[in-house]
Design a protein around this ligand. Structure first.
Ligand SMILES: [Zn+2]
Length: 309
C-alpha cells in the first residue's frame, strides 16, 4: 500500500509522539520552559481562579485599596502571583507574574507583589503549600492588632479547617525579615495572624486558601460578638475535640495537636515530604521541539512509503 499523503502521516506521527510523552508522567514535571508554563492551559485556569478569588476577597472587604496578594505554585520551582499596586477587584489575566523561588521574575509585564517574599518563604518551608493568600480581613486583623489569639475549641468548622491560630510578631511589610516571621509557625498552622498587619493562609488550592480566610475572619467576628453576650464562653466538650481532629487528620490538614511523636509521620509534614518535587533529570520538550520532531519523522516515513528511502 502506498501512503503519500503528508498531512495524514504528520497527524499519525504527532499522535504517536504525544502519546509517548503522555505515557511517561514522571517526566511531566520536568523542567518545562517557563514561558510555556506561564501560558499553559493549567496556568491560565489558575489565573482565572485567582481572578475569581480576588473578587471574592474584595467583595467581602478582606482587601483594601491595593492591599492583599495571591499566589499559586504552578511547578516545583515556579509561582504565579498578583502584581503590586492593584486592587484585587480589578485583576486581569495580563497582570500576573511568574517568579522562581528566589523571587527572580521570569515572565509577566507588571512588577510582582512586594509581599511575594512572604509567599515564597511559605512555599520553601511547606512543600504541601500550593497556594498562599495574604489579606487584611477586619475581625482577624483586629485580633492581630490587639495581639489577641482568639479562644479555641468554640466552633467545629474552625477546629477542622484551621485549629489553633498562630500570631507572628510585627516586622516591616515587604521585607525578608517580615517574610521570615511566619517560619516558626507555618508547618503546624495554615492560618497565621500577622501582628499589626493582617493574616496569611496557605492551602492546596487558591480556592481553599480563600475559604480559610473566610473561616478565620467569621470565627474572630463570632467570638467577639459572643464575648459581649457572655465573658466566659462554653467550649466544645474536650472529649469531642478528638472527633474533629480525626476528621482533620483524614483531610491532611496541619494542626499542632496532631503532632505527637507517634503521629508525626502521619500529619501534613509527612504528606509534605512525599510531595517534595522530584529532580528534573529529563527535560520535557518544548512545543517547537515536538513540531521539529514531527516534521522530521513525517519526511522520513513519507520517503519510506514512497520508496525513496
Ligand atoms: Zn498586607
Amino acid at each position: 500500500m502506498k501512503m503519500t499523503n503528508k498531512d495524514d502521516i504528520s497527524t499519525i506521527v504527532r499522535r504517536a509522539v504525544l502519546q509517548c510523552l503522555a505515557a511517561n508522567p514522571s517526566q511531566q514535571s520536568a523542567a518545562v520552559e517557563p514561558l510555556e508554563i506561564f501560558h499553559s492551559s493549567e496556568a491560565n485556569a489558575l489565573k482565572e481562579e485567582i481572578l475569581r478569588v480576588g473578587r471574592k476577597l474584595w467583595e467581602r472587604q478582606y482587601v483594601d485599596g491595593n492591599g492583599g496578594n495571591i499566589s499559586v505554585r504552578v511547578s516545583p520551582q515556579y509561582v504565579l502571583c498578583t502584581p503590586t499596586l492593584c486592587s484585587k477587584a480589578d485583576l486581569s489575566l495580563e497582570d500576573f507574574s511568574l517568579v522562581d523561588l528566589d523571587n527572580e521574575k521570569i515572565c509577566g509585564d507588571r512588577p510582582q507583589t512586594s509581599e511575594i517574599l512572604l509567599h515564597l518563604e511559605i512555599y520553601k518551608a511547606v512543600p504541601a503549600a500550593k497556594a498562599v493568600i495574604h489579606c487584611h480581613p477586619p475581625y482577624a486583623t483586629a485580633h492581630a492588632v490587639a495581639g489577641v489569639v482568639p479562644q479555641g475549641n468554640l466552633l467545629p468548622e474552625q477546629e477542622v479547617f484551621i485549629g489553633p491560630v498562630a500570631l507572628a510578631p510585627y516586622e516591616t511589610p515587604g521585607t525578608i525579615a517580615f517574610a521570615k516571621t511566619v517560619l516558626p509557625y507555618v508547618k503546624d498552622h495554615n492560618t497565621i495572624l500577622l501582628a499589626n498587619h493582617g493574616i496569611v493562609c496557605w492551602a492546596d488550592t487558591v480556592t481553599h486558601a480563600e475559604w480559610y480566610v473566610e473561616v478565620v475572619d467569621t470565627y474572630c467576628k463570632t467570638v467577639m460578638i459572643a464575648s459581649q453576650l457572655r465573658p466566659k464562653l462554653n467550649g466544645i466538650p474536650p472529649g469531642k475535640i478528638a472527633d474533629l481532629l480525626a476528621i482533620k487528620k483524614k483531610l491532611g490538614l496541619p494542626d499542632p495537636r496532631l503532632k505527637s511523636s507517634s503521629e508525626a509521620t502521619e500529619t501534613g509534614h509527612a504528606h509534605a515530604v512525599e510531595e517534595q518535587p522530584k529532580p528534573a533529570s529529563i527535560r520535557q520538550p518544548a512545543s517547537y521541539e515536538i513540531d521539529e520532531l514531527v516534521s522530521r519523522l513525517t519526511v522520513e516515513v513519507g520517503a519510506f512509503f514512497d520508496g525513496t528511502k
